[in-house]
Design a protein around this ligand. Structure first.
Ligand SMILES: Cc1ncc(COP(=O)(O)O)c(C=O)c1O
Length: 384
């Protein structure tokens, strides 16, 4: 009865099952997979929701690509991040996840391919599958830092490749696309009429002090879609507002925008209140972004200090983002380790395989939890 877009196995994995069982039994679990900023004790100003109640939100004037005032606010966000984007090249979406779906509809027929990085954000598999798009992985190589496997990308391209996804900063490695890799990818994709989808939701979270460069600062000849949204840059995932900036050769950009207008007009999924409030929410988001950044830096420093000098565990230094990766002794499988941490130490962490790390054993820890919670959880991980 149901379509084959859905994965055949819908049952929960072993980690989710054990976690649910322990919680039902009343066990308190320290959750180091928590990446929802609204659940980690950060201060959300009381007047945030009032921004959604402006009288202007009562009248409905559908704008497929988004209301002008909201797109102006987003253009200022890109400018703050160092990218000049004109208003007519900005498209509003309900979230970054929705932006992927719109772009897959724009670029891909059923069975077409998009290249996705590994390790990276696990939702790509499902997002593409739901749009009948096939993902073809390419590796990020780890050698001190992370870089594109250029040979791997070149040989993964086929006549059906429609886009290469880059996530910069990447989740969970915290790695950033280098200038050299960006220029190389630009040439490769432009020469073959392949689009670049640059997911930059974590661009504001540099952990080394220096400003991070948007991919479109370096990629200039390939058709490029730069993705951002309130969820990470303003710490407001509940508001459901994402955006896409389109860049590249003008003729291609215009065709893409026309088609996106039709796709967006079909759904009109971005609610009026959040569009009316966009400028205020983005402004308020600056303080939240600051608090999240501070939180991430505190937990990262704690992690660095706790792991330093241990021969058996290595912290992979992230350049940016909200996560840290620990390389663990591969004396048992990641799944066995994560289940043991859950059952014995009552701490939940993500196994590396969840993000398609090429080998074992890695653990991914969110840097968002409150510092005492993070320190307690980390101590349990290291003790085990
Ligand atoms: C790399 C990356 N892209 C996109 C998203 C989803 O963002 P949104 O909440 O805007 O859909 C996430 C969420 O964790 C993410 O890690």
């Amino acid at each position: 009865m149901f379509s084959s877009r859905l994965p055949s196995a819908l049952e929960e994995n072993a980690v989710t099952r054990v976690h649910a069982r322990l919680r039902t039994a009343g066990t308190e679990i320290i959750d180091l997979t928590e990446t929802n900023p609204t659940r980690v004790g950060l201060h959300y100003p009381a007047d945030l929701h009032a921004m959604l109640a402006a009288p202007a939100a009562l009248s409905y004037t559908p704008e497929p690509l988004g209301m002008l005032s909201a797109r102006e606010a987003v253009a200022r966000e890109y400018a703050r991040q160092g990218l000049t984007v004109s208003l007519d090249r900005i498209v509003l979406t309900g979230s970054t996840s929705e932006a992927y779906s719109l772009l897959f509809k724009l670029l891909c027929d059923a069975g077409d391919e998009v290249l996705i990085p590994q390790p990276s954000y696990p939702l790509f598999e499902l997002l593409s599958r739901l749009d009948l798009v096939t993902t073809v992985p390419y590796a990020l190589h780890m050698h001190g830092g992370w870089s594109l496997d250029r040979d791997g990308i070149a040989s993964a391209l086929s006549a059906r490749t429609r886009a290469v996804l880059v996530v910069s900063p990447n989740n969970p490695t915290g790695s950033v696309l280098s200038a050299d890799d960006a220029v190389w990818l630009d040439e490769l994709c432009a020469a073959r009429d392949i689009a670049i989808i640059a997911d930059e939701v974590f661009l504001d979270y540099s952990l080394r002090g220096s400003r991070l460069h948007a991919v479109a600062e370096r990629v200039t000849t390939a058709l490029t879609f730069s993705l951002g949204g309130l969820s990470k840059s303003a710490g407001l995932p509940q508001m459901k507002l994402g955006w896409v900036a389109v860049s590249g050769p003008n003729a291609l950009v215009q065709r893409a925008l026309h088609a996106l207008e039709l796709i967006c007009d079909t759904y009109l999924s971005v609610a009026t209140p959040v569009q009316v409030a966009a400028a205020s929410l983005i402004k308020a988001g600056a303080a939240l972004r600051g608090s999240i950044h501070e939180r991430v830096m505190i937990n990262l420093a704690a992690c660095r200090a706790r792991v330093a000098g241990r021969g058996d565990v290595t912290m992979l230094e992230p350049e940016a983002g909200w996560c840290v990766v620990l390389q663990m002794p591969a004396t048992e499988s990641e799944e066995a380790l994560v289940l043991r941490l859950l059952e014995q130490e009552h701490v939940l962490v993500h196994p590396g395989y969840f993000f398609d790390f090429p080998r074992e054993a890695f653990l991914v820890l969110s840097l968002l939890p409150e510092p005492d919670v993070f320190a307690d959880g980390l101590a349990r991980v290291l003790r085990a």
